[in-house]
Design a protein around this ligand. Structure first.
Ligand code: SF4
Ligand code: SF4
Length: 383
């Protein structure tokens, strides 16, 4: 289940400018294969059928190197990680080297016996993605029939097997009105945590922006509902809400800061500070097939490019929040301003901020166009 990396990072701690610490978390995109076709998927648009995935041995080497590097937790994701027949072997190595393991899955291919085996090996946590609680609407969003029923069954197994459960939902104009129902559902299935991640617009989500963007009023109402529920459900459900950039006044610390605590490894072994960073001109992405993880983390062009604060321009350069949000998202800055070093337009101090929000509001007031569903092989030509 591939969502934005920012949903995996909790609040950044106090970190010193340009200091390079060991990473805490690693997102392992084991495969881009997935039976669902969500229109907001963060996998690249040009996923090709022939892309060669890292082998079992290569992933096992990645796990060993990650543990040595200081990584504490790994997120087994995709695509759909459960379509890899060697998930058990990869997990076993991760457990053996002492990593905390989190499986991020749509759940639709899981069988109880397999989940039992994963738990036996030592899986620590499951994050189950939901498109909506309404089965018809969930089918519309993911182009997949029967998902809600299947996910509910998987949630029951996770609880019966004694694992902590997080319910993930990407929020957009086709499910935002169901925020309260989604929260109730999380309680009902026994989730200890819910992630309500408003869409981040890159990859398939950028392609489908007009079909996904909610109105400002819908966004405010959704935040109000989740804030009230957070109070009411203290001690029952932990909330992690990723706000909608277009209606925010300040950006998020994208990735908890570039090259600061988290990194991504793609199915073919590219090690990246952020899932969308390949769009940045001049960036040189290294592959774990050729270079040790530690060298990539500490020395590579990609990880050094926006690490710390020395790359910043004004207004970030002299802003007292520069070591809190690290200037926001580089890929969004590039997409909107044409300059990856610019202030993220989600910030009210960016000269692009007003236009950024206004474009979103205009789009959100138009009827939703049809989804271009995520697919292997890229965007269909007819679109
Ligand atoms: S299509 Fe949906 S379920 Fe599959 S990887 Fe993308 S976001 Fe996750
Ligand atoms: S100016 Fe830069 S550092 Fe300051 S709040 Fe905005 S994005 Fe963050």
């Amino acid at each position: 289940m591939s969502e934005t990396l920012s949903t995996l990072v909790s609040k950044p701690g106090a970190v010193t400018s340009n200091q390079v610490d060991a990473p805490l978390g690693m997102l392992c995109e084991l495969t881009y294969r997935c039976p669902l076709q969500c229109g907001y998927c963060s996998n690249p648009l040009d996923i090709s059928r022939g892309e060669s995935e890292l082998s079992t041995k290569e992933w096992q080497s990645v796990m060993r190197q990650a543990a040595k590097l200081g990584v504490l937790q790994i997120h087994l994701s995709g695509g759909e990680p459960c379509v890899r027949a060697d998930l058990e072997e990869i997990l076993k190595t991760a457990v053996d080297v002492g990593l905390y393991t989190n499986l991020i899955t749509s759940g639709v291919t899981l069988k109880r016996k397999r989940l039992e085996e994963l738990v036996k090996i030592g899986l620590d946590h499951v994050q189950l993605s939901f498109q909506d609680v309404d089965p018809k609407n969930a089918q519309f969003i993911s182009n997949y029939k029967g998902g809600v029923e299947k996910k509910r069954e998987v949630a029951r197994w996770v609880k019966e097997l004694g694992l902590p459960l997080t319910m993930n939902v990407v929020i957009h104009r086709h499910n935002i009105e169901n925020t309260a129902a989604l929260i109730d559902y999380a309680v009902e299935i026994g989730a200890g945590r819910i992630e309500l991640a408003h869409v981040q617009y890159y990859a398939w989500a950028l392609k489908n922006r007009a079909a996904l963007i909610p109105t400002r009023e819908q966004f405010y109402q959704s935040v109000k509902v989740s804030n009230e529920a957070r109070e009411r459900l203290k001690g029952v459900l932990v909330f992690d809400v990723v706000a909608h950039d277009q209606y925010a006044v300040r950006p998020k610390a994208c990735m908890g800061g570039w090259g600061k605590s988290l990194f991504d490894i793609t199915p073919s072994g590219k090690m990246m500070p952020c899932q969308a960073c390949e769009s940045i001109p001049g960036i040189k992405i290294d592959n774990v097939r050729d270079t040790p993880l530690a060298d990539i983390w500490y020395k590579s062009n990609a990880f050094q490019m926006f690490r710390g604060t020395s790359w910043m321009k004004e207004p970030c350069k002299s802003c007292d929040r520069r070591e809190i949000d690290w200037g926001g998202c580089r890929c969004q800055a590039l997409a909107v301003t044409g300059d990856a070093r610019a202030t993220d337009p989600a910030c009210h101090l960016s000269t692009f901020h007003e236009q950024f929000a206004e474009t979103a509001e205009q789009e959100s007031r138009q009827p939703s166009p049809p989804f271009i569903y995520r697919r292997i092989g890229g965007v269909p030509e007819v679109s």
